[in-house]
Design a protein around this ligand. Sequence first.
Ligand code: SF4
Length: 1017
Amino acid sequence: MAGEKVFTKSETRLKRRPLPSNNFKLSANQQLAISHRNKPLIVTGGPGSGKTTVLIETAIARINEGQDPNSILLLTFGRERASEVRDAIALRTSETMLEPLARTFHALAYSILKSEGHNPILLSGPEQEGWIRQLVDGVAWPAELQPALHTRGFIRELRDLMLRATERGWTPEDLEVNGKKYQEEFWVAASKFWKSYIGTLILVDADHGEPKERLDSAQLIWRAANATRSSFNSQFKTILIDEFQESDKAQRALLANIATDDLVIAVDPFSTVGRFRGADPDGLQEALSPYQSKGDVIQLTENFRASSAVHLFLEKVAGEFPKAPNTQSSSAEFAGSVVAECFIDGANEAAFIADKLQRAHLEGGLKWSEMAVIFRSPAQSGAVRSALMRYAIPVAGELQVLSENASIAPFLLMAEAAIRGKVDLTTAEILLSSEFGGADSISLRRIRRELVAKYSSATGLSGTELICKAITDGQFEIPSGQSLMRVHDLFDIAERTAKKKASQPEDLLWAIWSNAKTDDNQLISEAWRDRALKGGFRGANADRDLDAMLQLFESARRFGQRFRYANLLDFFKDIRKSEIAGDVITAKGQRPDVVELLTPFSAKGRQWKLVVVAGVQEGIWPNLRIRGSLLGSERLAERDRNPDLAAIELELVAKAAVAVDELRLFYAAISRASQDLVITAVDREEDQPSTYFDLAYEFCNPELDFEAKRSINKASNLLSTANVISKLRRELLANGSTDAAATLKALASAGISGADPSDWYGVKPISSDAPAIPEDEDVRVSPSGIEKFDECQLRWFLETHGGQDGNTTAQLIGTVIHKFAELAETSDTNLDSQIELLTANWKLVDPETGWISRTSMGRAVLMLKRFYKYRESMAGKRTFKESEASYKFKIGRAFISCKIDRIETTVDGKLYIVDFKTGKSAISIEDAKTDAQMQIYQYAVGVDVAGASLVYLDHELKGNKTRDQQPIDRKAVEERIERTAVIMGGNRYLAVKNSNCQFCNVNSSCPLQVEGRGLYE
Ligand code: SF4
């Protein structure tokens, strides 16, 4: 084609970038370590002392000297860390490597077993826990453990116990023997479980159609250690190990088998953070001594990371260890800062943190990825995550339990239904009410009604069968059938994909994901992307859902690779049963520019300019509870080290170990900060800052004496977009500030929402002052609306013009109970048959499951019982005459249309009005005397009325259950209605503060409430 450039083979060349050289200064001791040769070397030093740098430079120096890079092994902890170190080396050398130079112990163990002809599968944590859960009932556990067996905590303790035992080289028999010897009765039961667990791992693989050996992480390392014990032909001449303090016994055994004389071990005993994962800091010295005895030790004494303020605080915390680490001298060129603040509650703490990060970004110029927030436990991060989202601060996605993500669950269900080729009612309802179904509980009922009306008699199918069949076969057409058709079309595509030979879970998921559409006919993938890009709360949720979808695809891909012949359904069943977040399998390449929320363990080996250590509360950090205290995984670790200690002493040793462990975690967390460190806590009666916070507070406020009270803050003057815009608006409106106007203009043109005056409610003129209803038209007045109108006209107006939610479950219960009350008089039913009918069809009232729905059903049953009790109590006093009696009439401009629940006849032949109430609160006896609804009903029925009653059916209502009204003065009622109708049809509605303001749906549009004031000011 003319003008098109054709590349020939010889013209296309890949050119490597010039290799960068290291552009930082190494200390004398670092240089000494890098040039050390021919015997083991132990490099010690605190956080930021440059130990990892020594290992990287050692590898590069060896390669530059001509050593084959494939003969160098750098072991580290964690896939991400290995990948970072690998990249750092790869960028500085042009040599080709056959296998990754830097890897984890697990990756090394895996490649050793593969080279020996094995092809095992490493069980991830969630997989292992899922498998334990399935097997846990197969053993006779002591009675006291029975209630806990299926809890997440117990499964995790059991997993930990088996892992700790495996890491220490124990067998199930050792666990049983030691259980008996040390009176650990649960170990004996656990040993039986462990035996059957090991035995079933091969069976599991057969289930998945491809026999492979499955190993957990501890078993994998021991297998490799055993394989290398006698005859291992190692390719590695140089072995470098980072963070040796995180190693367990099994890893040390593996190292002992493959270690060469060119061995460099980097270690900092005070930074161990993985004790809960088997790290063994107490056995560290013993593990190092064989290498130390024939080698050298070099201590790195400078801190290259921390600013001088952070460094000084690190020194203070180091002083808390029973045997203090050697503190280093700081090489910091800048002062940095340490701040300790406590707050009145978690919301203020979270807002302060969000503000701090926002200011560091906007005013300090830090990238988001240069900041992190560290918590002792991931469960603490919720409030901060929400606050960051409110501030539109990009925050790293969290690991999620996929089956618990409400947006993902319908995709999993759709896949399972497509594989099975059928759906049941529960699945059908979830699919129809999902984002790709788009139905709500009201339209679900409508769909059912229309299907039954049109097809039931011709097909003989029930409503349930029709809904399910409409999804799988798609042959029914009804006016409200758009949701059905969308779900059917997607089901059809998914089913065809599932039926294809060799289809993998990933293919099926892709078929569903890439075809699912919203009710606006937009692809869900695009809808989520658009929402995510818009930011805010909805954007953050969409972000989270997209992350979850990626996580799901990644899990599906892994499953497909590992079990190529497995049944498709197995994957979806596994995922839906999984109760814990999946492991991140893929190493991250480029880190995105987001703030990360981490634990000390996940922050290990990394650094940020600004680190916030949050939630430093008593009982949380330090958390002195002994880990695995039920089954005793911590005691097992201590017992292995101290076989002869009495139980009571062992407990003390374990407690002391936990205390030091907690301090190490704190030390590791604060040492991640290179420039500024912020430590926060909440200070209130039931929730006190911990001693670690006190350390920081004293450090930051040296002038305060020991007894002085901490100052407790409220987060104020925050730098959120909304706050800044409202401040500028106030300045502009109050003083006509041209600066404020110019800034708002700039913000508006940058697309910042709320900055453009056309978005401001209070600034716009009134759009119309015409009456709501033209003067020559009737005003529809509902009997129950008059009381609401008298209470607050504004609320009445807004609610009757769209400001009301759809039918709530409570309203639907009311409708159902009224219907049953009517049926009790007009059909052949009784209390038992009505209760049966109600409970069997409860899903139509509340499609949800769970205890809230069950409680509502219980309430409804009690209401029915109370209605029957009311009927009995009327025997001999009044008799039933009519139910749901309709009346329509006009008074002045008011047009009234009403239905009366029940009309009864008194013994002297007069009529009596009864209105059933299903709400949880009753009006007062006094208010009932003038209640407009009862007045209108009396007016509607005529002159011969003996009175009216409201009868309350909710069981929670104590005391008198009826509110009575005497016969009315018809003239007075007429005047009241006429007067009300005129104001209702007018153009002004008064907001009147009242006792129900707290339940008001429209308070965000009310000038009397903080939430709504902005609309008018
Ligand atoms: S908050 Fe109170 S005053 Fe305001 S509209 Fe609602 S009920 Fe009326």
